[in-house]
Design a protein around this ligand. Structure first.
Ligand code: MG
Length: 491
């Protein structure tokens, strides 16, 4: 909400600019853009936005061909139900049992699937609620990139199919084979070559992207590219996205002061003794504008390009490889690109009446519980009175009648609470399904923040749907987080 300037005789000189919710940059930690001198970008899923459906299909086809053709998995996998709409980011794969889990920020498993079948509440409790889940161990694999979604699709689809035809397999090995097959398909070019020969099918061109980068440069900020993709692929993708799109820029390279490919993030942030090289060539001791380099490490980048401290803003899509590591190993500020934001925000707007109704029911439930507690205490008191009257041999008629009356109220309250719980459960189910048919919202797990949402909150100073959303703000903008309050400060 925009308030009028509280200064007499000084009206605002133009109508306030309200940024539409889907174009906003959201703020976890205050950031003054005027203090940022360098802005770094990851490429894949950050500057280069891929169309997730066709990308998944490409990985799935290549992987299944390798599993059946080269690793000897049963041919029935060729007709397995590989649903690209099954996974979301932030899931945990239980390699041992072949399950996929979604957790809240307290690592409590809120939903679980075996193959494409949801585990019952009892099964989920039995498997995962007796001791804490340890996501960092070899049993579990955390899916935090869009690139990793196809691994879940193939794993769950394969388990579903193998269960259906009654073939027992080592599930952990299956998952490792799937991951290896996808990696191999990337390395042997079967995926990348297809993307490059049909770029328009896999890559989305954001018409505002070159202007967004230009705006940052015009405000005096240096730009750098830091991608794990190799130089030839980077060159083709970046040319497709930037070349010939904006006057004054002869090629995509002229947008950047430093260009680093094959960076091997997250190791890039941890190692301190890896030199930059010309791609496939000798180490270098300076970084020239317009040239493409490979490898390197954070310490070298700081030494050669002066990108140190909290005046650097790094923009990436990967919680661990881009955002968390940058945050832990440097003072860089971070902005996370979450391309699911667009649909999350759209659904959120649509279901506002359902969320309001849930708030209302929860408030009524609290009142009813309080009333029930009082009436149950009164009922017990009447029970004791009845007992005493019997022992004393006095009349129990009146107290007995009062007890029956009270019991009726208690039963009515209990029945109302049961109805209310059912309605709340139905509403929660509808809310979840509106976000995603299998997992609900990316950022929530039931009423709690999901583990993925928690990581975004912890590690990303800013988050938004796409890079060009920065155009909605001045390059001097002060991004302020909603004031952080603890529960005891709320009322
Ligand atoms: Mg990326």
């Amino acid at each position: 909400m925009q308030l009028p300037l509280p200064i007499p005789d000084l009206p605002p000189d133009q109508a306030p600019h309200e940024v539409p919710r889907r174009r906003r940059v959201y703020v976890n930690r205050n950031l003054r853009l005027d203090c940022v001198t360098m802005v770094g970008f990851d490429m894949d899923y950050t500057l280069a936005i891929y169309d997730q459906g066709p990308m998944d299909r490409l990985s799935i086809d290549a992987t299944v061909r390798k599993l059946v053709g080269e690793l000897g998995y049963p041919e029935c996998l060729l007709d397995a139900p590989f649903r690209t709409d099954f996974p979301i980011r932030g899931l945990l794969v239980d390699r041992e049992l072949g399950n996929v889990l979604k957790m809240d920020r307290y690592r409590y498993v809120k939903k679980a699937y075996h193959g494409m079948q949801e585990l019952s509440r009892e099964e989920r409790h039995k498997r995962y609620h007796s001791r804490p889940i340890r996501p960092g161990t070899s049993r579990y694999h955390w899916v935090d990139t869009l690139y990793g979604l196809s691994e879940v699709t193939v794993f769950s689809g394969a388990i579903e199919q193998l269960d259906r035809v009654g073939i027992e397999i080592d599930r952990a090995k299956l998952f490792d084979d799937i991951r290896r097959s996808i990696d191999l398909s990337h390395q042997d070019g079967s995926i990348l070559n297809k993307i490059l020969s049909h770029k328009e099918h896999y890559l989305r061109k954001d018409p505002e992207l070159p202007t967004a980068l230009h705006r940052l440069k015009s405000a005096g900020k240096g730009l750098f590219l830091l991608t794990n993709s190799h130089a030839p692929y980077t060159e083709e993708v970046m040319s497709y996205l930037f070349d010939g799109r904006l006057n004054g820029y002869s090629s995509w390279r002229s947008f950047f002061d430093v260009i680093v490919t094959a960076a091997r993030k997250p190791d890039f942030f941890r190692k301190d003794d890896i030199s930059f090289t010309v791609p496939g060539g000798a180490p270098v001791d300076s970084l020239e504008k317009g040239s493409i380099y490979a490898g390197g490490c954070l310490a070298e980048l700081v030494r050669l390009a002066d990108v140190d401290g909290d005046s650097v803003l790094y923009v990436g899509d990967h919680i661990y490889g881009d955002v968390l590591r940058a945050k832990k190993e440097s003072a860089w500020r971070t902005m996370m690109i979450i391309q699911e934001m667009d649909s999350e925000l759209r659904v959120h707007e649509e279901i506002t009446p359902l969320l309001d109704r849930m708030d209302q029911l929860e408030a009524i439930r609290d009142l009813l519980h309080e009333e029930l507690r009082r009436r149950v205490a009164r009922l017990k008191e009447l029970g004791r009175g009845l007992e005493r009257a019997r022992e004393a041999g006095t009349s129990t008629t009146e107290i007995g009648a009062r007890r029956v009356h009270q019991k009726r109220h208690v039963d009515r309250l209990k029945a109302r609470l049961r109805d209310l719980d059912r309605e709340l459960e139905d509403l929660e189910e509808r809310v979840d399904r509106s976000f995603h048919p299998f997992w609900g919202s990316l950022f929530k797990a039931g009423p709690e923040v999901s583990l993925f949402g928690d990581q975004v909150e912890q590690y990303a100073c800013l988050y938004t749907d796409r890079v060009s959303n920065v155009l909605q703000y001045s390059p001097m903008h002060y991004f302020r987080s909603p004031r952080d309050r603890m529960p005891h400060e709320l009322y």
